[in-house]
Write a protein that binds this ligand. Structure first.
Ligand code: C5P
Length: 232
C-alpha cells in the first residue's frame, strides 16, 4: 500500500475549493470532502473534483439503521469516490450492510473505513456520557476489530493510535489519521496530534491534513513538506 497525504478541503463553497486547488498546478492531491462542503454543494462537487483528476475521500461518517446505510452507500459508490466512512458504533450489522451497498456489480468498491472514537471524545466523556467503561484505547481496538470482522479495510484514528491498531488487527489493516501538525506549527483545536514524519514512523497509511496546508501562507509548499516527511 502506498502512503499518501490527503488534504482536508474544509471550505464553505465550491468556488473557494476550486480557487485553492487551482494553486496545485503540477500535482492533483488526494482530497477529503467533509460534511460542510458536501452539504453546501451536493454531489456535483464530487463529480467535478473527480473530473479534475483528484482522488476523493468522502468523509460523511454514516450512522443509521443497516438498510438505510446500505442504500446510501450504494449512492455514494456510484459517485465513484475512492474512500468513504461510517461510525463503527453503528454495529457490525450496519458495517456489513454498508459493504454490501458499496460493492458495485463488477465487485469493485471504494475503500471503506470506520471511525472508532472521535478524537474530540475524551475518555471521561466516553465513560460518563456514552456509558462505555475502561480505557479509550480498549474501545478503539474493539471497534477496529469489529470493523475488520465486518470486512472493512481500516479505520480513521489518531496517528498516536495507529501502531496500536496495527498490532491488534495486523499491518494490512489501514489507518487513516487526521490530527497532523508540523513541529513548529499552530495546534488549533486538535489535541492528540503528531508530525507527518512521526505519523510515518508509527505506521499511518494516509494522513489527513487540513489547516496546516489550507491556512499556510504557501499551501503548495506546505503540501510538499508533508509529502517529503510522510511519503519520503
Ligand atoms: O485542519 P485539521 O488538520 O485539524 O483538519 C483535520 C480534518 O480531519 C478535519 O476535516 C476534521 O474534521 C477531520 N477529522 C479529525 N478527527 C477525526 C476525524 C476527522 O480531525 N477523528
Amino acid at each position: 500500500m502506498k502512503r499518501d497525504v490527503i488534504i482536508a478541503c474544509d471550505f464553505a463553497s465550491a468556488e473557494e475549493t476550486y480557487a485553492f486547488l487551482d494553486r496545485f498546478a503540477e500535482q492533483k492531491p488526494f482530497v477529503k470532502i467533509g460534511m460542510e462542503l458536501f452539504y453546501a454543494e451536493g454531489p456535483d462537487i464530487v463529480r467535478e473534483l473527480h473530473r479534475r483528476g483528484h482522488k476523493i475521500f468522502l468523509d460523511l461518517k454514516l450512522h443509521d439503521i443497516p438498510n438505510t446505510v446500505q442504500k446510501a452507500m450504494a449512492v455514494l459508490s456510484r459517485l465513484d469516490v475512492d474512500m468513504v466512512n461510517l461510525h463503527a458504533a453503528g454495529t457490525k450489522a450496519m458495517m456489513e450492510a454498508a459493504l454490501k451497498g458499496l460493492t458495485r456489480p463488477d465487485g469493485s468498491r471504494p475503500i471503506l473505513l470506520a471511525v472508532t472514537q472521535l478524537t474530540s471524545t475524551s475518555e471521561e466523556r466516553m465513560h460518563e456520557e456514552l456509558l462505555i467503561p475502561g480505557p479509550i484505547s480498549d474501545c478503539v481496538c474493539h471497534y477496529a476489530k469489529m470493523a475488520q470482522e465486518a470486512g472493512l479495510d481500516g479505520v480513521v484514528c489518531s496517528p498516536l493510535e495507529a501502531g496500536m491498531v496495527k498490532q491488534h488487527c495486523g499491518a494490512a489493516f489501514m489507518t487513516v489519521t487526521p490530527g497532523i501538525r508540523f513541529a513548529d506549527g499552530a495546534v488549533g483545536d486538535q489535541v492528540r496530534i503528531t508530525t507527518p514524519a512521526k505519523a510515518k514512523e508509527i505506521g499511518s497509511d494516509y494522513i489527513v491534513v487540513g489547516r496546516p496546508i489550507t491556512a499556510a501562507a504557501d499551501p503548495v509548499a506546505a503540501y510538499r513538506q508533508c509529502i517529503k516527511e510522510f511519503v519520503g
